[in-house]
Design a protein around this ligand. Structure first.
Ligand SMILES: C[S@@+](CC[C@H](N)C(=O)[O-])C[C@H]1O[C@@H](n2cnc3c(N)ncnc32)[C@H](O)[C@@H]1O
Length: 212
């Protein structure tokens, strides 16, 4: 464990720093919100930005805004004219998150929606080039099918938490709907010929999916 912590520290000292704004958001998330571990942090945030710079999407979808940390990193990587559409189902989150998004340097590149992405996204009529799936672990298959239907050919999906702290190796209890959901998603993807996929063992597992 000691060794893992040292490597994590080493990595953070040798990659791009997060901005003071993101540092402050991360701190505020931990002070004011329940379940702050849900927020992306320094490493994952820099990686999301890098993915956006590599893929150069015009339209990005995010399912699960929470405090807005990953949204700001995705928006930071967007080229001029690009737009991030980020969805949060919990309306109690709005008072915290909206000011953080609107006071950021990337506010013009972000549309923040309160509501269920599964209901709202199909009505937008937008074709996305990149999607970040980070909502309710029980619904990953539903998010995936909905997103795939609104994704450009050659577009990418990044799904977070797909190793679920190693629980994917276990036989889940009937009541452990989140582990059951993630395992079902991983099993579906493994045999899905519509896409290419790799799993990165970063943080809690990130699956990178490319629509053929
Ligand atoms: C893990 S947190 C997101 C963390 C954030 N993406 C980050 O990396 O900083 C998951 C969020 O998804 C939201 N959520 C769950 N189901 C959703 C849905 N169907 N549509 C939109 N948001 C949803 C939850 O309320 C929660 O705030």
């Amino acid at each position: 464990m000691q060794e893992t912590e040292s490597i994590d520290e080493y990595i953070l000292q040798h990659i791009d720093a997060e901005s003071d704004y993101l540092k402050a958001l991360y701190r505020d998330t931990h002070v004011k919100l329940l379940r702050p571990r849900m927020a992306s942090g320094h490493l994952q945030g820099r990686m999301l930005k890098m993915f956006v710079e590599m893929i150069r999407p015009r339209q990005i979808l995010e399912i699960g805004t929470y405090s807005g940390y990953s949204a700001l990193c995705l928006a930071e990587g967007l080229q001029a004219g690009g737009m991030l559409h980020t969805f949060e189902i919990n309306d109690e989150q709005e008072d915290f998150t909206r000011p953080w998004l609107e006071n950021s340097p990337f506010t013009d590149k972000i549309r923040f929606y309160i509501g269920d992405a599964l209901e709202l996204v199909p009505d937008l009529g937008i074709t996305f080039d990149l999607a970040f799936i980070d909502g309710d672990k029980r619904k990953y298959i539903e998010y995936y099918e909905m997103t795939l239907a609104h994704l450009s050919d050659g577009g990418y999906i990044i799904a977070d938490n797909t190793l679920w702290d190693g629980h994917v190796l276990e036989q889940p209890r009937n009541t452990d709907a989140q582990t059951i959901g993630i395992k079902a998603f991983n099993d579906l993807l493994a045999g899905d010929e519509r896409v290419e996929k790799v799993i990165l063992p970063l943080r809690d597992g990130l699956t990178i999916i490319r629509k053929k």
